[in-house]
Design a protein around this ligand. Structure first.
Ligand SMILES: Cc1cc2nc3c(=O)[nH]c(=O)nc-3n(C[C@H](O)[C@H](O)[C@H](O)COP(=O)(O)O)c2cc1C
Length: 223
């Protein structure tokens, strides 16, 4: 495989929701995570922590979660801009685009729920990174963790791998933390990152995700 520049890694990354039945080598994941240590963080705190599962332990965790109701209270609320029509419209666009591509109609709630629940198996990904950090971390450190995760997802592209970030897994934070031996008292679970090789034929990996035009969100002054 030829090497990939950053623009190519950014352009070819998309959230993958159908993976090939092909394992991911530990050495490849170690290399990605080793490089990602150089992601920036305020005060160089490097607040991120993670456990990466594959094989039998991953199968076991999925079995533990399957059929269990999402935890209440939630670990955190990821539906923050719910009150904002423009943000909500973006969510609806990506959902509509995805389900239309899959041939799932708007009123077929059962089919949508079934697909949402495919998050439990990380859409068939052979490895999953489970990301958490100390509860005392505040908004700036959440942002640091996000930068680390995106660094990982771009390095994954360079290594020929694909990813899907999964805050869905936070519905099962307590079960996950207990399973991997992380204290619920001291640590907040943020999300999973599914790792694997994309199924290039799956329509769910091909639908269009719209983006806001550059000048709608960014202002340039003084040039
Ligand atoms: C922190 C984070 C959590 C996410 N959680 C989920 C998830 O639980 N399930 C899912 O299918 N996609 C999840 N996504 C993917 C987003 O839906 C996706 O990034 C967005 O629609 C843009 O599409 P793209 O990643 O293909 O460019 C998540 C993305 C981020 C950044």
């Amino acid at each position: 495989m030829g090497s990939m520049n950053v623009s190519e890694a950014v352009a070819s990354r998309r959230s993958i929701r159908a993976f090939l039945d092909k394992p991911v080598e530990l050495s490849v994941l170690r290399d990605i995570l080793d490089k990602a240590r150089y992601a920036p963080s305020g005060c160089n705190f490097q607040p991120w922590e993670a456990t990466v599962l594959a094989g039998e332990p991953l199968r076991e965790l999925r079995e533990k979660i399957r059929g269990v109701a999402p935890q209440d209270p939630k670990e955190y609320d990821f539906s923050a801009p719910e009150a904002s029509p423009p943000h909500l419209a973006r969510l609806h666009q990506v959902g509509a685009s995805m389900y239309t591509a899959m041939g799932i109609t708007r009123d077929d709630k059962a089919a949508r729920d079934t697909f949402t629940n495919a998050n439990i198996d990380s859409f068939g990904a052979p490895a999953v990174l489970l990301c958490y950090f100390p509860r005392f971390m505040k908004e700036p450190q959440w942002s640091d963790v996000g930068m680390w995760l995106q660094t990982i997802m771009l390095l994954a592209r360079e290594a020929g791998l694909d990813t899907c970030p999964q805050e869905f897994l936070s519905f099962y934070s307590r079960i996950i933390k207990e399973f991997i031996g992380v204290s619920d008292e001291t640590h907040i679970f943020f999300c999973g990152i599914a790792f694997g090789y994309r199924d290039p034929d799956a329509v769910v990996n091909q639908f269009e995700r719209e983006r806001v035009a550059l000048d709608d969100n960014i202002t340039f002054t003084g040039f």
